[in-house]
Design a protein around this ligand. Structure first.
Ligand code: AMP
Length: 304
């Protein structure tokens, strides 16, 4: 396995101005794994209940995702329900039923321990740290977090991201974590917390990658119809780390700024595909050639 992904595997209920689905496959680790599977060999670490459908398991394995680290225990799979605002830039969480996720203690199969790339999806920082410490030979590790951990588990989160190479975070959360309103200042403060690379995601407005001495900015891909933005941030993460893993990118060697920029573009590409259908639907038909074509489109519309 090249890349290990950890996080929630869920059933989601989602309402957007384009429709409503009461229950469908979701979860951060699901989206990250599916998106990164187009680039590299992925192993997933998570937990599901005995209600987890075989066809959902098959969608993961059909993308080549290794599920040895996906534990199945008695009980119900994590359930999340959200409703988007009419402009879809914001959402309200209506239900979070942790179910089997409440007692989740990540267990890494022996076959995952030597993997070189690690993406820690949005879960309790203590668990993210536990996994990071077990993976001794990782070349590149980083992940995601959310407002709840920033506000209520701040010290634990700071101790966790100290060991990360990169942090992927949305603009509101970057402001919250840093205490700075200005994104450049926010990024500088976050870089001082440990990660040498921070990517601030700005929803439909794109993303900015910051390092100590440089930055790279990409606009959002303009879709005619955004059906469901759920998972777009996770798919961004999947495209970003997936591309770096595919390239065998080694942060300890020469740091190639251009490869990091390309990873941000692949992240943006995967986030945009995710929004084109409800839930994970787009991944049932998406082909690598479509991904590379959209990458080239990004090159054209940002060139001047
Ligand atoms: P995103 O839209 O990228 O923020 O990711 C949405 C996914 O995160 C959904 O599929 C949810 O199942 C999952 N999710 C929502 N809340 C949580 C939470 N508290 N912990 C872990 N995963 C969550």
């Amino acid at each position: 396995m090249s890349l290990i992904v950890i996080g929630s595997v869920a059933y989601d209920g989602v309402e957007t101005p384009h429709g409503k689905v009461d229950r469908m496959l979701g979860g951060a680790a699901t989206y990250i794994s599916l998106a990164s599977s187009y680039f590299t060999k992925v192993g997933i670490v998570g937990v599901v209940g005995d209600d987890f459908a075989q066809e959902d398991h098959d969608l993961l394995t059909g993308h080549g995702v290794d599920t040895e680290g996906l534990e199945r225990v008695p009980g119900k799979t994590f359930f999340w329900q959200g409703k988007y605002t009419p402009d879809m830039n914001d959402r309200e969480t209506l239900v979070t039923d942790l179910n089997v996720f409440a007692d989740f203690e990540p267990k890494l199969p022996a076959s995952y321990l030597e993997s070189k790339y690690l993406l820690l999806g949005n879960i309790q920082p203590r668990l993210q740290r536990m996994v990071r410490q077990q993976m001794k030979n990782v070349k590149l590790a980083g992940g995601d977090t959310m407002n709840f951990w920033i506000s209520d588990f701040r010290e634990e989160l700071l101790a966790t991201i100290r060991d990360w190479d990169f942090l992927l975070i949305n603009d509101g959360e970057a402001r919250m974590l840093s205490g700075e309103t200005n994104l450049k200042k926010a990024a500088a403060k976050i870089l001082a917390m440990g990660p040498h690379t921070v990517v601030i995601k700005r929803g439909e407005f794109g993303a900015c990658l910051f390092r100590k001495d440089s930055y790279f900015i990409v606009p959002g891909y303009i879709l005619e119809n955004v059906f469901d933005p759920t998972g777009a941030g996770d798919c961004f993460a999947g495209g970003f780390i997936g591309y770096l893993a595919q390239q065998g990118f080694d942060i300890e060697g020469k740091i190639d700024r251009h490869e990091l920029s390309r990873a941000v573009i692949y992240g943006s590409v995967m986030g945009s595909f995710c929004c084109e259908r409800f839930g994970v639907e787009r991944f049932r038909t998406l082909k690598r050639a479509e991904i590379d074509a959209r990458f080239e489109e990004f090159r054209q519309f940002t060139s001047f």
